[in-house]
Structures are given as C-alpha cells and as structure tokens.
Design a protein around this ligand. Structure first.
Ligand SMILES: NC(=O)C1=CN([C@@H]2O[C@H](COP(=O)(O)OP(=O)(O)OC[C@H]3O[C@@H](n4cnc5c(N)ncnc54)[C@H](O)[C@@H]3O)[C@@H](O)[C@H]2O)C=CC1
Ligand SMILES: O=C([O-])CC(=O)C(=O)O
Length: 331
C-alpha cells in the first residue's frame, strides 16, 4: 500500500494542470535566480519573465534548460498585457534595493510607484491571479496593492501575499546552527511584518525546542530582525539579499502552486490582510487552499520577550500600513 502511495505521488504531478506564473522584475538580482528556480518547478507549464530591461537575454538563457516550463520574455509597458494574461500566480520583485545606511522605508518613494503601476496591470489582465509581493517596503507595498485592487473592483484579500518567507528561512537556519541539526528539521514561526522589530521570530515555539537564556534569545532575535541589513552591509553598496531571497520566493511560489493544485496541509507564514490582531495586515502562519488563505492558524503563546516586542512593533507596523494606504487613496 505504502509503495502504491509513493508511486502515485511520483506520477501525480505529471497529470496535474501546469500553472502559468509571471515574474515582474525578472532581470534583477532576485528576478534572475528566482526565474531559474521556477524553471525547475514541475508544477509550472508557462513561465513569463517581465522587466523594463534585459529580459530577452535572461529568457533565451533560461529557455535552454531541459525542464518542462516554457519560458517567454516580455519587456516594457507594451508587453505587460501579454506577460500577465492568463497568469495563475504573479511574483513581484520589481523595485530598487537598499544600500548601507538605508531603511526599507527609504525605498518607499520609488517602489510604491512601481508596485502601484504593476498591480494596476495585474488587476486588468489577470484579476484572479494570486500575487506575491517581494518589493520593499513590504509592510507598505502590500497595503498599496490591496488599495489598487479595491479601486479596480477585483480585490481578493485571500490571494494577496507579502512574501516574508526569507525571515522564516533565516530563523530556521540560525536556530539549526545553534542546535547542530539539519535546517530542514527545524520550524520557527515568524510573525508581524518585514522590517526591523516588526519581524518577530517566535523562538519560544521553535521545533525542536531551543533553550536559551534571555540575553542569547534577545541576541538571536536581533540577528534575525537585522539579517537583511547584515547582507546589505556585506554587499557594501551592491544591493541586498538576492540568492537567499530567490530561494525563499521559490519556496513561497511552490507552496502557492501546491495549494492551487488541491494539496492539503500547505502552511506558511506570510503577510496578509488579517483579523489575527487589530492591525489590518499581519504576517502569521496560514493554511492555503485552492482559493488562497483558507485558515489563519493561532499565533500561540508568546514569552515575555516576544510579547514586549509584539507590543512595541504594533505602532510601527500601523504607520507603515497607513503610509501605503494613503499613497493610493490620497488620505
Ligand atoms: N521581501 C523580502 O524578503 C525581500 C525583498 N527585497 C526587495 O526586492 C526588491 C528587488 O531587489 P533586487 O532584485 O535585489 O533589485 P534589482 O535592482 O537587482 O532588480 C530589480 C529589478 O526590477 C526591475 N524594475 C524596475 N522597475 C520595474 C517596473 N516598473 N516593472 C518591472 N520591472 C521593474 C529593474 O529593471 C530590475 O531588473 C527590492 O525592493 C528589495 O528591497 C529584497 C530581499 C528580500
Ligand atoms: O534588507 C533588505 O533591504 C532586503 C530584505 O528585505 C531582506 O533581505 O530581508
């Protein structure tokens, strides 16, 4: 029986409908490696690469890889319609990255416009697609996207996601290093948002359990909250995390595609419209189903350090969310 089940699992993907996925910002530091990883995903039949520059080269290069996904490159506004029509999932890493000394919010002025324009196109050409936003500041760009979709009359809060997977990937990596175990055997929920103290790893819920004194727990929390800055500083002006982000985005996309395909039990932490707290958007563990977010899982108990951080972050996240909403509504 077990052998039959494994055989069925092996052959099932072959018969599944293949998804159409677009990457907007596909020629960039994240866009290129994420496109590579998506080209390797057997759940994707049609991979669309869109950017304002250089996609023909990236597309030609990737198209020679002997995996099933058909790769098509699109460049410039005039081709956005063709890039998006019929898409099931749109991943958006378009926008400028940080340099040392900048906060993610310093990217707002440029990236808010880019995300707004791209979401207007998504609303027009593939209004039913799931949307994963990587462009920073995620705490604000997701509310921007929600407002644009509302204005266009196609907002489905269950299908709009801020990609916070990299925070989970980092937390699990660092915890695994401390425990001396394989990172694949570690889970750490990360809630809140995606900047500074709004990134709240729930280390007290790490599995396997982690036993750290208060100082060490605080130091680990700080490292996870500032891991993006660690990469920005190490790259010394050449951008922010791209390769680890591409991996995280590919994991995020795979979770979405499995759920779209009817897999049950697909759970991940992501920044979405939410009633879990009194903030309108919040990252927390959710279960995905065919229609998007199917269930908000409980955040669970927080220890004193986490509870203090949670209280402290709320004001900041509320400001970030309002800034995004106001950008679209003019409020
Ligand atoms: N959510 C997260 O965890 C993370 C988010 N990021 C964010 O991802 C974004 C992209 O980072 P990188 O790829 O390193 O930057 P990059 O500068 O290397 O690439 C960005 C790409 O976006 C393209 N682009 C600009 N305007 C566009 C438009 N209107 N339509 C389509 N494409 C457009 C650019 O031509 C470029 O190819 C940044 O905002 C960065 O802060 C980065 C790492 C982690
Ligand atoms: O730090 C940045 O600017 C990019 C980012 O969001 C991350 O690496 O988490």
């Amino acid at each position: 029986m077990e052998r039959l089940r494994r055989l069925a699992a092996h052959f099932l993907p072959v018969n599944r409908p293949k998804a159409t996925v677009a990457v907007l910002g596909a020629a960039g530091g994240i866009g290129q490696p994420v496109a590579l990883l998506l080209k390797l995903n057997p759940l994707i039949g049609d991979l669309r690469l869109y950017d304002i520059v250089n996609t023909p080269g990236v597309g030609a290069d990737l198209s020679h890889i002997n995996t099933g996904a058909k790769v098509t490159a699109f460049m410039g506004d005039a081709q956005l319609c063709d890039a998006l029509s019929g898409c099931d999932l749109v991943i958006i890493p378009a926008g400028v990255p940080r340099k040392p000394g900048m906060t993610r919010d310093d990217l707002f002025n440029i990236n808010a416009k880019i995300v707004k324009t791209l979401i207007e196109a998504v609303a027009t050409y593939c209004p039913n697609a799931w949307i994963g936003i990587i462009s920073n500041p995620v705490n604000s760009t997701v509310p921007i996207a929600a407002e644009v979709l509302k204005q266009k009359g196609v907002y489905d809060p269950l299908k709009l996601f801020g990609v916070t997977t990299l925070d989970v990937v980092r937390a699990e990596t660092f915890v695994a290093e401390i425990l001396g175990v394989d990172p694949k055997d570690v889970t750490v929920p990360v809630i809140g948002g995606h900047a500074g103290t709004t990134i709240l790893p729930l280390l007290s819920q790490a599995m396997p359990a982690l036993s750290l004194d208060d100082d060490k727990a605080k130091a680990l929390m700080d490292r996870i909250q500032n891991a993006g800055t660690e990469v920005v500083n190490a790259k010394a002006g050449a951008g922010s995390a791209t390769l680890s982000m591409a991996y995280a985005a590919s994991e995020f996309a795979d979770a979405c595609l499995r759920a779209l395909n009817g897999d049950t039990g697909v759970v991940l932490c992501t920044y979405v419209a939410s009633n879990v707290t009194d903030l309108p958007f919040f990252a927390s563990p959710v279960r995905l189903g065919k229609g998007g977010v199917e269930e908000f899982l409980p955040i669970g108990e927080m220890n004193k350090l986490e509870q203090e951080n949670f209280e402290e972050m709320k004001g900041q996240l509320a400001i970030n969310i309002k800034k995004g909403v106001d950008f679209v509504t003019g409020g």
